[in-house]
Design a protein around this ligand. Structure first.
Ligand SMILES: [Fe+2]
Length: 376
């Protein structure tokens, strides 16, 4: 069987709208669901960028009424989600709009599904299944990285604890993903670098995952190519709309490919590194990616050579990736982030489950410990 005969799936939102200026269509799309909405967003940065005023004007023009829930922070915890769900239930909206980075998009996603299915986050962590569709949900990203606008999971941290765990269901895929790259123009350099790396690595791990197939490969390949072309450009010049357009597309492709092909060991390790050492998600993925590629190389030689060519015009994918991370001024030495030898067992334990099963080569905990140790 050739690579083109491999099983490959493609689950998507009902509608994906991509393009600069597409935010102007928000009111029209929302109206299809009714005229009472809840707008969920972070806060300061949306207002400072002028995007908040723009969105309110668009919603008013379409005649829809909305109530706002703001102040959503990074890495929302289960209690925050439960509180927001209660507020949503009281409002009984026809639709929900989530505007922001991955944390906001996921918070709105979780609240819109728990509102219709009942219970609390911990019930679903414990295995309760979502049996009903969510409140109609429109996801509008303002960063380009997570691809959360098209995925079926929401990453939630445990209140006061060092873990992040997803809740997931195909009912959680936003009904509409509305991606307007111009909304990302205001993202600061560090956020652009970290989220852009996340998009690249989501495409890269999906491209080489055990479940990779021809449909996802087509998108992931393009996503890697676009990231290679535009990531440094967008970081150096935050107002470069062409670069922002590229990163938004790469982010979209990364979200689609991760949902349909899975990820790998770099993503599995990013969760403990992120939550225990305060490293932004995309950056945390980047710290271990090259080492993970070295470990996986024998199983994905051709694909890693393609990655190298797409990123830097060289056949060494590991070198090409390292060069990129280096040019962003990111140290991949884990001790620079406070990681010590004695932290390794916990990092390994917290990397279990989820993405590790999609890594192209099976690996023991000892192998994962060795990878982390070599990066200290
Ligand atoms: Fe990610």
């Amino acid at each position: 069987m050739s690579d083109y005969g491999l099983r490959s799936t493609l689950v998507l939102p009902e509608l994906i709208v991509y393009g600069t200026g597409s935010i102007d269509e928000l009111g029209e799309h929302a109206k299809k669901f009714g005229n009472r909405g809840v707008l969920i967003y972070g806060g300061k940065s949306l207002k400072k960028s002028g995007n908040y005023a723009k969105i309110i004007k668009i919603l008013k023009k379409s005649g829809s009424k909305h109530i706002e829930i703001s102040g959503i922070s990074h890495d929302p915890d289960d209690e925050t989600i439960n509180t927001i769900t209660e507020r949503v239930l009281k409002m009984n909206p026809d639709f929900i709009i989530g505007v922001g980075g991955g944390s906001v998009i996921d918070t709105a996603k979780a609240a819109s599904i728990i509102a219709t299915n009942g219970g609390e986050v911990k019930d679903y962590w414990a295995g309760k299944i979502f049996l009903k569709p969510s409140i109609p949900y429109i996801a509008v990203p303002t960063t380009s990285g997570t691809g959360a606008e098209v995925t079926k999971n929401a990453v939630i941290s445990g209140k006061g604890q060092f873990f992040k765990k997803s809740i997931r269901s195909e009912y959680m895929i936003p009904n509409i993903a509305l991606i307007d790259p111009s909304l990302t123009l205001s993202a600061p350099q560090e956020v652009t670098a970290a989220t852009g790396l996340d998009a690249l690595i989501q495409n890269l791990e999906a491209y080489t995952s055990k479940s990779a197939g021809p449909i996802t490969d087509t998108l992931a390949y393009k996503g890697i190519e676009i990231s290679g072309k535009y990531l440094c450009r967008a970081v150096e010049n935050p107002d470069d709309l062409q670069a922002r357009e590229g990163l938004s597309l790469s982010s979209l492709y990364g979200g689609i490919t991760l949902m349909n092909a899975g990820l790998g060991l770099a993503h599995a390790l990013s969760h403990p590194l992120g939550i225990r050492f305060g490293i932004p998600h995309g950056k945390a993925c980047a710290l271990t990616m090259a080492k993970v590629m070295e470990y996986n190389y024998s199983a994905r030689k051709e694909k890693y050579a393609q990655v190298g060519i797409l990123l830097a015009g060289i056949k060494d994918g590991v070198q090409a990736f390292n060069n990129l991370v280096d040019s962003l001024g990111i140290s991949i030495k884990l001790s620079d982030y406070g990681v010590k030898e004695e932290d390794i067992p916990t990092i390994v334990a917290d990397s279990k489950g989820g993405s590790r099963r999609f890594n192209p080569i099976d690996h023991s905990d000892e192998v994962v410990a060795k990878i982390v140790r070599e990066l200290l």
